[in-house]
Design a protein around this ligand. Structure first.
Ligand SMILES: Nc1ncnc2c1ncn2[C@@H]1O[C@H](COP(=O)(O)OP(=O)(O)OP(=O)(O)O)[C@@H](O)[C@H]1O
Ligand SMILES: [Zn+2]
Length: 750
């Protein structure tokens, strides 16, 4: 628990002038830190974690820097007048944990200013895992020898002293629990001078990865790339390297070499993975290379694991952490490298709360702290490619697959010419190819990025569509569960017997396929095949996924059917055929990145085929075979496609050639949403290189019962959007219950 601790356990140098007042940032949505009084006897430094009074409560916060180090565009002049010294309330105590390093505090300030979020909400991403449950004490007690003369030796006290006879220091709660006494007994012994405090050694649940455990033998281009990355780690300064390589070229293998060097140099490494819950294969590969598994950070991990990993990051006992985007806010003791694997992935963008892109913020963290960042992908984002072309990022290429494996041969099946039989979704050519593959004893995969049985349920009598009452969205049938579900909110209803609009019986029809329906068709067509379905709504979470992946590797499965989950970096040596059920899905809509995202996803899925000795095939079912995306997937010429995309975006200053920020107004009624949106419209900023699009109804004009309007601010690259937005938002007062959410660099336009 919180106890004031003596200053000798501090390991940061004292700040020059010890102020009477200290700024404390609380993990809450306030505009900035609050001032507190420094009580006598307490020595505090920036970064210390403390408890303070807040109203009638107590809160945990961090002693903050009075002047954030921000570039002028991001700095906000403070409008708060300082609270009078005689009204300051004192800091209550300092916690026995390592302080947050300066580098991390600066990063938190930067992310807050860039995303226009309250700094406390960014701090919360760092602090929250630490504050859940009991804090892990880093201070413990040993018995004093000799014991003070005249010590009153009650039976409870004797039990505690007996426990400590082995010379192993223990924390208060642990001692009290083991002795079956109250913590008060321990404190009594401390007050009597029978126990003295010592710093607890890092309890190390994480093995030490061995850089020399099992290094790979690298081939030509791999060798060059690995050496370039090793050098950037040895240089130990800020740099960004794009590691681009076709699927199966050994990108993972190469960046592991950078991690090895980072470990040799005595620094920690962080790997951001798009789907950490599904990373079983990645972890095993790491273990084969380094002898132990890395620490893992993701939301599915239990509270205890999260607390241990947090502590392992903070004291350095976790040398490598692999995690989801939020791992970026861990308080690393000595971070020396960040790898962002599959850097093009949209999941690195957090869309709720603090809307940040972990890939971009990884680069910021590297820049602020001065270490290299590696972005790996087979299909880099246009943003990253543009940075590579201007020379801001180094660019390493792995042009071929490892070990002589060839890239899969791709065919586009024109569904207009050879449509599937009525009521089916797989064309005859696809069915034949799957049969041939299974006959050879190889595995096939069908990909459709849509969960459930059917995306639309329609009444044949009156044309009524089953829609979500709270969202602008159709309800998706999940046949096995006999329900209709909204994929945007948690609305679920039973599948009705008759049409709710016209009461016609037996008139509701499922339109279009989801993977459940494709699975039904597959069971019909390939009755002998052992089918495995993989999707994010699979029950059992990460453990079930790991088991599914193992069963594929052991060849206990013939046909895999899945959503985008199957597209991720899996390596299945026996998989030789990948069939994409609907390659056009995702190209509709007005999304700026629809083409880019579709090609990235399909290239990724296609990359699962033929990764070992047997050659792979990819079949894409499409109604628009002439579309540039299909053509690029056919030719494998990803570069030309991206150049065309760039040429389309550049003249209009669309990202990455300009900057975008979205404002989303949401309210309980349409009138309220419109009123605030109109106010924003009237006060819209203008000027050379500044443009505002909207207000307009958002594509999801209704989401979870909230009415939504959007405005988009677009500026030239040389113009920062933050000062413009701050001024603009300052001119508008939304009605109670109306919210304006800011999304800097939006990547989805829902
Ligand atoms: N030099 C090497 N020696 C031994 N095996 C290698 C080597 N390079 C790559 N491999 C193997 O080839 C396979 C593909 O490599 P890897 O997964 O690193 O490629 P990748 O580029 O990360 O693929 P993807 O983009 O599809 O995830 C893996 O099984 C890997 O272990
Ligand atoms: Zn809904």
């Amino acid at each position: 628990m919180a106890t004031p601790s003596p200053s000798r356990v501090l390991d940061t140098p004292p700040t020059p002038e010890v102020p009477e007042r200290v700024a404390v940032l609380l993990p809450m949505p306030f505009p900035g830190p609050f001032d507190y009084k420094l009580p006598p006897g307490l020595v505090l430094h920036a970064g210390d974690i403390v408890t303070v009074p807040l109203g009638k409560r107590q809160a945990t916060g961090v002693v903050w820097d009075t002047t954030p180090h921000l570039p002028p565009d991001l700095a906000t002049p403070s409008t708060q007048s300082p609270i009078a010294a005689n009204r300051l309330r004192p800091v209550l105590s300092k916690l026995d944990v390592a302080p947050l390093p300066a580098e991390l505090r600066r990063f938190i300030d930067w992310v807050a200013a860039y995303t226009l979020s309250p700094p406390g909400m960014v701090l919360a991403m760092t602090l929250r895992p630490h504050m859940q449950g009991q804090p892990t004490p880093t201070m413990g007690w040993l018995a004093t020898t000799p014991l003070p003369a005249g010590l009153r030796a009650t039976p409870a006290r004797q039990k505690i002293l007996a426990l400590l006879a082995d010379g192993v220091p223990r924390a208060t709660t642990e001692l009290a629990q083991a002795a079956g006494t109250s913590p008060g007994v321990v404190r009594g012994l401390v007050d009597a001078g029978a126990l003295h405090a010592v710093r607890l050694g890092p309890a190390n649940p994480f093995g030490r990865p061995d850089p020399a455990y099992c290094p790979p033998v690298l081939e030509g281009a791999q060798q060059h790339a690995a050496e370039a990355l090793r050098q950037s780690v040895r240089d130990n300064r800020f740099s960004v390297t794009l590691l681009e390589g076709v699927t199966g070229s050994g990108k993972t293998e190469i960046y592991q070499e950078a991690i090895a060097t980072c470990l040799t140099e005595g620094r920690q490494a962080l790997v951001l993975l798009p789907e950490i819950a599904l990373s079983a294969q990645w972890v095993e590969r790491f273990a084969r290379r380094f002898g132990v598994r890395p620490a893992i950070w993701h939301s599915e991990a239990g509270q205890k694991t999260r607390r241990l990993t947090w502590a392992g990051a903070a004291d350095g006992s976790a040398p490598v952490i692999a995690g989801a985007r939020s791992a970026l806010f861990l308080p690393f003791h000595k971070l020396g490298l960040i790898i962002v694997d599959e850097e093009h992935e949209g999941v690195f963008k957090q869309e709720e709360g603090v809307t940040y892109n972990a890939r971009d913020m990884a680069v910021v963290r590297g820049r602020l702290a001065g270490f290299p960042v590696v972005l790996a992908s087979a299909t880099p984002s246009l943003e990253t490619l543009a940075n590579a072309h201007t020379g801001r990022y180094h660019h390493l290429m792995l042009p071929t697959r490892h070990g002589g494996a060839s890239m899969p041969e791709t065919t586009v099946l024109d569904m207009r010419e050879a449509p599937p039989p009525r009521g089916r979704f797989l064309s005859t050519l696809m069915v034949d190819a799957i049969n041939q593959t299974l006959e050879r004893g190889e595995q096939a995969m069908l990909f459709l990025n849509r969960r459930g049985y059917a995306p639309l349920t329609l009444c044949r009598a009156c044309g009524h569509r089953m829609e979500c009452p709270r969202c602008t969205a159709w309800l998706v049938e999940h046949r096995a569960r006999r329900i209709l579900a909204c994929h945007h909110c948690d609305h679920v209803e039973p599948l009705p017997e008759s049409c709710p609009a016209c009461s016609a019986e037996q008139s509701l029809t499922a339109i279009g396929p989801g993977i459940e329906r494709i699975t039904e068709e597959a069971h019909d067509l390939f009755p002998e095949a052992r089918v495995l379905v993989m999707s994010s709504d699979m029950t059992g979470g990460a453990a079930a996924t790991a088991e599914a992946v193992n069963s594929i590797s052991r060849q206990e499965v013939d046909l895999i059917i899945g959503t985008q989950m199957v597209a991720k970096g899996w390596h299945f040596p026996h998989l030789t055929l990948v069939g994409v059920v609907d390659a056009d899905l995702g190209l509709g809509g007005a999304d700026l990145r629809a083409g880019e995202r579709t090609i990235q996803l399909l290239h990724q899925v296609a990359g699962r085929a033929g990764r070992a000795s047997a050659p792979g095939r990819v079949l894409l079912q499409s109604y628009t075979p002439e579309h540039p995306v299909m053509q690029a997937l056919l030719s494998g010429d990803f570069n030309t496609f991206m150049e065309q995309e760039a040429a389309q975006r550049e003249p209009g200053f669309w990202p990455p050639y300009g900057r975008l920020a979205a404002l989303i107004v949401s309210a309980d009624t349409m009138a309220e949403a419109d009123a605030t949106a109109a106010q924003l419209g009237h006060n819209a900023p203008y000027g050379d290189g500044i443009e505002v699009l909207g207000p307009a109804p958002a594509p999801l004009a209704l989401l979870r019962g909230r009415h939504r309007r959007r405005l988009l601010l677009r500026t030239r690259r040389s113009i920062a959007v933050q000062p413009i937005l701050r001024r603009w938002l300052g001119m508008v007062t939304p009605a109670r219950g109306t919210r304006i959410d800011v999304d800097i660099d939006p990547i989805s336009f829902f």
